[in-house]
Design a protein around this ligand. Structure first.
Ligand code: NA7
Length: 538
């Protein structure tokens, strides 16, 4: 049985890990292998992180299942059998739990435990982590595996408390599911969560009214059952396939046309668009090499999708509303099953709230553009306070009692997206300033977990008790992350990558563009004996 503590009687560990998603699960496995006493603290009643909470209808990963999985154990990747090209949320959750049980990790994961604060004691070189119920843990290392898309963005709408019907947020969906049969449903938002759930809610509800502020680009996923021969072929050479994935910019294998716009005739350009469209899903990022660099290339690719939308949607006025004017790929492209086609149904209504925001929520529905739309249920598909939201909810205090939230008030500052100056022995898995959300998350997570466990081994082998990023290294890294992003079109729209979806959040491009150069930089840092860090003995 797991030992419990109180604030006055903290439990002493080597490492505390916050969060039992894919990052926390693998981190615990590695810490155990080092022989360390570690515990994972998780707010939810089960493991899986983002995949625990996002149970909305149609929730599915947009990276193929043969790649969206751990690669640290060949036995694991050989034995697990995915059912579909893109795994649905229940299957991903089942996989997370399988990994926990396979590696006997459950005994060190404490569920229903929300962390309130993490405070560094400099003289003891130790973190004191306390929970909302007053439990406390002392540990040399504090590792945040709190996830990038885990704190929901719930906009405040005037009058929301007066609504008499049911409310749901896609990112906090009830585990028992929701039956919309015969109900008039309103959904706010048209990002990936909405694009996946709208076709299924529309099939159940008596009517579905979609409130759209900004249309998104979506490409067909072409999901299907996995072909056994295809799986066999990958498994016969899984390591090579994984290596290929890691060598790509987004840390997964997709079909990339190496040619740029200047090297393609108009006919060839059209052919590469059709080819990548037919491949399905995020392969569409590979249409042309300069799609996210050259505005001309982006315009051509975007126009191709705009044409496809017009072909799919019967009513030209609805098609026009659904057609994004923005840069394609600036916000993550959605991968759908029947999204645009759903607007041809008689029971689906699209309301444009781009010119004037939703006015209020009334007792009976949603009021926009002076009209009240009756709803018995409202779905908020309004996204997340991404990348920094969950970290900022915890009162993290480093040297001199300095708060991480205060330090990051003008935007997150990290060295390598892994550490922050002034916060010794504090690690963030897939933090801002690392490739994280632009990549196959599990691959990025594994790279970070291995960096952290190797770093802890290095310190212990040398009798060192603390590692801390220097301010100079951090400043240079933040500048570098921004310079790399500035060479792309990622800054040209109001995306959650920039923090632009949450009112008052500083607008800073948070992820690092490019997995291979990032890994190379991390490897160089390690090879040089942790350049950019200060290492200290007791
Ligand atoms: P997203 O992509 O952030 O989408 C949220 C949607 O909600 C988006 O269409 C927003 O419009 C809309 N939104 C947010 N606030 C409002 C208000 N106040 N009024 C109207 N509409 C609003 O979140 P998702 O959960 O769909 O996807 C997140 C990631 O998960 C996705 O990128 C994939 O990586 C998986 P906006 O565009 O801000 O005008």
């Amino acid at each position: 049985m797991m030992a419990t503590s109180t604030h006055s009687q903290p439990i002493t560990l080597d490492a505390v890990v916050v969060g039992a998603g894919f990052a926390g699960i693998y981190m615990l496995h590695r810490l155990r292998k080092l022989g360390l006493r570690a515990r994972v603290l998780e707010a939810a009643s089960g493991a899986g992180g983002t995949w625990f909470w996002n149970r909305y209808p149609g929730a599915r990963c947009d990276i193929e299942s043969m790649q969206y999985s751990y690669q640290f154990s060949n036995e694991l990747q050989q034995s697990w059998e995915w059912k579909e090209r893109y795994a649905a949320q229940p299957e991903i959750l089942e996989y997370a739990n399988h990994v926990i049980d396979r590696f006997e990790l459950r005994a060190d994961i404490q569920f229903n435990t929300r962390v309130h604060s993490a405070v560094f004691n400099e003289s003891a070189s130790q973190w004191l982590v306390t929970t909302e119920t007053g439990e406390a843990f002392k540990a040399s290392y504090c590792i945040m595996a709190t996830g990038c898309l885990s704190t929901t963005n719930t906009p405040h709408f005037k009058g929301h408390e007066s609504f008499k019907g049911e409310w749901y947020h896609t990112g906090q969906w009830p585990p028992a599911g929701v039956d919309f049969t015969g109900k008039r449903v309103g959904i706010i938002g048209t990002g990936s969560s909405a694009v996946q759930s709208i076709p299924l809610i529309a099939e159940q509800a008596s009517s579905l009214t979609v409130f759209q502020r900004t249309p998104n680009f979506s490409v067909p996923a072409y999901n299907q059952s996995l072909d056994l021969e295809y799986v066999k072929k990958i498994k016969a050479n899984y390591e090579a396939y994984r290596k290929l994935g890691r060598s790509q910019l987004l840390a997964y294998d997709f079909s990339l046309n190496p040619k740029t716009t200047a090297e393609l005739s108009p006919e060839e350009f059209e052919a590469t668009c059709e080819y990548h469209w037919a491949l399905g899903g995020l392969n569409f990022y590979g249409t042309v090499a300069d799609m996210l660099i050259s505005p001309e290339a982006n315009q051509i690719v975007g126009d191709f999708v705009r044409r496809k939308i017009r072909e799919k949607v019967n009513d030209p006025a609805i098609a026009a509303l659904l057609t994004p004017k923005s840069v394609i790929g600036c916000k993550r492209i959605c991968a759908d099953t029947n999204y645009y086609e759903t607007y041809n149904r008689d029971n689906v209504n699209l309301i444009d709230v781009s010119q004037s925001p939703i006015e209020e929520i009334t007792a009976a529905g949603i009021k926009a553009n002076g009209i009240e739309y009756a709803c018995e249920a409202i779905v908020l598909a309004t996204g997340f306070d991404a990348m920094t939201g969950s970290l900022n909810r915890i009162d993290v205090r480093g040297k001199d009692n300095r708060s991480l939230k205060d330090k990051w008030s003008a935007g997150p500052r990290t060295y390598l997206g892994l550490t922050s100056a002034g916060f010794p022995n504090f690690f963030i898995i897939s933090g801002p300033g690392s490739p994280s959300v632009l990549t196959c998350m599990i691959t990025s997570i594994e790279q970070h977990v291995e960096f952290i466990s190797d770093c802890i081994t290095y310190l212990r082998d040398r009798g060192l008790t603390a590692i801390e990023a220097t301010v100079e290294a951090e400043d240079q890294w933040v500048t570098h992350v921004n310079e790399v992003a500035a060479g792309t079109l990622f800054n040209s729209c109001s995306s959650w990558y920039l923090g632009a979806n949450v009112p008052g959040k500083p607008h800073i491009f948070m992820p690092y563009v490019g997995f291979p150069p990032y890994v190379q930089k991390c490897d160089e840092v390690v090879a040089s004996g942790y350049a950019g860090f200060e290492l200290r003995a007791a």
